[in-house]
Design a protein around this ligand. Structure first.
Ligand code: C2G
Length: 152
């Protein structure tokens, strides 16, 4: 029987950590379903994503390791998803280690090592630093132009 795997996440600013996780998840079985957190559920998780849900879902659908994409609307849907989707393995990155062991009565629960030195949070911080640097440069240019205009 083909093994069916499921995972959940926001997958904002799709990066190598996401790719490597999906690749490892796909190697656990024959079919990988990814449940992508909706923008509304992200608000409940206390996260706001840069990329809106529909684009995050489309990006994951285009990933060759992913066979199906579903919306993640709340914390409680996992048990229903596992039964309805006939899931054999529930798997997440190990930043969630132990958090979903209660699903062990329905399917195998696996936590995989995260990819170090990359995260959506670090990418956002880098973009913010770039933005403030550019704003500082623009401010300096305006001040220089104002000084030149004043000396005319
Ligand atoms: N991940 C990873 N390596 C990274 C970053 C993320 O392996 N460098 C994994 C995470 O462990 C997670 C998945 O990629 O399994 C998606 O990460 P996020 O988009 O941050 O998902 P999260 O906000 O943790 O949402 O109900 C579960 C939640 O929806 C999980």
């Amino acid at each position: 029987m083909p093994k069916r795997v499921i995972t959940y996440g926001t997958f904002d600013l799709f990066h190598i950590g996401h790719v490597r996780l999906l690749q490892r998840l796909a190697s656990l079985g024959d079919h990988l379903t990814v449940c992508v957190s909706t923008d509304e559920f992200n608000a409940i998780k206390g996260k706001s994503s840069v990329i809106p849900y529909d684009q995050r879902a489309e990006i994951l659908s285009a990933c060759r390791f992913v066979d199906a994409v579903l919306p993640e609307n709340d914390w409680a849907q996992k048990r229903t998803d596992i039964v309805e989707q006939k899931i054999d393995i529930f798997a997440m990155g190990n930043d969630w280690s132990g958090k979903f062991d209660d699903l062990g009565d329905l399917c195998e629960v696996v936590y995989l090592p995260r990819t170090e030195d990359i995260s959506t949070t670090s990418l956002k911080a880098y973009m913010d630093a770039l933005r403030s640097e550019q704003l500082g440069e623009i401010k300096h240019l305006i001040e220089t132009l104002n000084d030149k205009a004043a000396s005319l």
